[in-house]
Structure formats: C-alpha cells, structure tokens
Design a protein around this ligand. Structure first.
Ligand SMILES: CC(C)(COP(=O)(O)OP(=O)(O)OC[C@H]1O[C@@H](n2cnc3c(N)ncnc32)[C@H](O)[C@@H]1OP(=O)(O)O)[C@@H](O)C(=O)NCCC(=O)NCCS
Length: 240
C-alpha cells in the first residue's frame, strides 16, 4: 500500500463511480439521532493530533496508514499536515482529548482538483459509537461544499469497519487482494449542505469552548482547595 497518507490514489481505470444516494436515503449520511460535535482542526491542535495518533496501537496504525508507522513516521506525518490545503476534523471528550479525527486530503494534482482522499482514526475506547461514520459524513459534506465530486478511501481488505462505513454511504469498493479502494461520487453542494455545515461547525465550536471553560473552572476549584488545605495545615502547625 502507498506509504504516504497524503498521496491521492489514482482512480481505477474505467471504474464506474456510483452517485452517492441522497443523504436522507443513506444510513451513514442520514441525520444521526445524537448530535456529535465535530469541529475542524487547525495548527493550534497539533499537540492533540500528535497525542491521538501516537496513542494508536500498532495494528491500528497499520490499518490507518497502510503500514505499521512508528512514532517517528507519525511525527513526520503530523509535521507535514497542510492545514491550508486539507481539512481535518476532530471529536473531543470532556477532558478535551482528541478521541477521533479525520483527514480530508485534497488532490495535489491540478488535473484532479475535484478529488479528495479520506483517512480516519478513532481511539479504541471510543469505537462503535458511530464516530467513524459521523466523521465520514462530515467530510463528505465539506468536500461537496468545496466542489469535490469524488472521495477515495484506501483501506486494507481486512478493515471491515472502514469498508462498512464506505459501503453504507454508497461507495463502490474495489478489492485488489489485501487492499481495497472505495470511491464515492458526491452530489453537488446545495443550500442545505452549506447551511448544515456552518451550523454543525458552530455547534462544535460552542461545545469545545464550553468544555474548555468547565476544565478551567475545575482547575480554579482545585487551586482553591489546595490553598484552603495549605492554610489549614499551616494553622494546625502554628496552633497545634
Ligand atoms: C475504522 C474506524 C475508524 C471505525 O470507527 P468507529 O467509530 O468504531 O466506527 P462506527 O462506530 O461508525 O462503525 C461503523 C460501522 O462499522 C461497524 N463496525 C465497527 N467496528 C467493527 C468491527 N471491528 N468489525 C465489524 N464491523 C464493525 C459498526 O457496527 C458500524 O456499522 P452499523 O452502522 O451497521 O452499526 C476505527 O475502527 C479505527 O480507528 N480503526 C483504526 C484506523 C483505521 O482503520 N482507519 C481507517 C483507514 S483510513
């Protein structure tokens, strides 16, 4: 498999690309009953991105990058992230740890500007909650709004979960031995996709800032408790 998670795969020759079903008809693209705040990530989140990826176990690194990336290779991947060209999305827990992230890499080749490649990882403990599907749905919406009409996913054929996400979204999957490529043709952007993305981003940013405030408030409480404990100890030492 291609060792570069950035590189955009070539579309299979003569491959018939199926049109993605309308969002309301596709299970993965349907509106989830639970809103998962997914925000776009910028350079300010580099430390969290690194921590998330370094925490992936060897098998997950293998599934994510197509090879068993070591820490150095992951660091190089992070260092080469291009936030101007590509889009990264993330889901945070209450401690503001990045528990799931997706990378939508836009084509570097000017002849293929309408293509993008999707890569994703979800922390072990956060799996099976639909985060992978939601991130794909979000990336699809963003890609449509950016004028992209084809999304590709390189996955190992053993990667049942990833291939299921792609298949449920209507992607055509081409298996080539141990590797598979999923390609999904996207409908053009419309008013709904543009407004929905704006609203979702706003909800996610609000959620992130609320979590940050709660963390800050907890920090202040802990500090106050420490001060109170210190004063009490000092009093006991003085007055016995
Ligand atoms: C692939 C991955 C992102 C899926 O994340 P996730 O949040 O657990 O996925 P979801 O919860 O959205 O599940 C998607 C579907 O796959 C199914 N699924 C999840 N894990 C599965 C597994 N191990 N085996 C079979 N099906 C599985 C889910 O039941 C769900 O199907 P449903 O909609 O019919 O219920 C996650 O397993 C991961 O990070 N793997 C390592 C990195 C990787 O493989 N990246 C993809 C290559 S770019």
């Amino acid at each position: 498999m291609d060792q570069s998670p950035h590189r955009l795969p070539s579309p299979p020759d003569g491959a018939a690309l199926r049109q993605a079903p309308a969002a309301s008809k596709s299970p993965s693209l349907a509106s989830p009953t639970v809103v998962v705040p997914i925000r776009s990530l910028g350079p300010g989140q580099l430390a969290r991105i690194t921590a998330h990826l370094l925490a992936l176990e060897p098998q997950d690194r293998y599934l994510r990058f197509g090879y068993a990336a070591n820490d150095e290779q992951i660091q190089r991947y992070v260092d080469q992230l291009n936030f101007d060209r590509d889009e990264l999305f993330g889901i945070f827990n209450r401690k503001l740890q990045l528990i799931a992230m997706a990378h939508l890499a836009f084509a570097v080749d000017p002849r293929r500007v309408s293509c993008a490649e999707f890569g994703v990882s979800v922390s072990r403990r956060a799996r099976g909650r639909g985060f992978g599907s939601r991130l794909f749905e979000r990336a699809v919406m963003h890609a449509r709004n950016e004028g992209v009409d084809q999304i590709y996913i390189h996955a190992l054929s053993e990667n049942t979960a990833m291939l299921k996400i792609a298949r449920q979204a209507g992607a055509v999957i081409e298996r080539d031995g141990s590797e598979s490529e999923a390609h999904l043709r996207l409908p053009p952007a419309d008013f709904d996709s543009r407004v929905t993305e704006l609203v979702k981003e706003q909800i996610a940013l609000t959620d992130y800032h609320l979590k940050a405030q709660v963390r800050q408030f907890r920090g202040v409480l802990t500090l106050l408790q420490d001060i109170r404990r210190g004063v009490r100890n000092a009093r006991q030492r003085v007055f016995g």
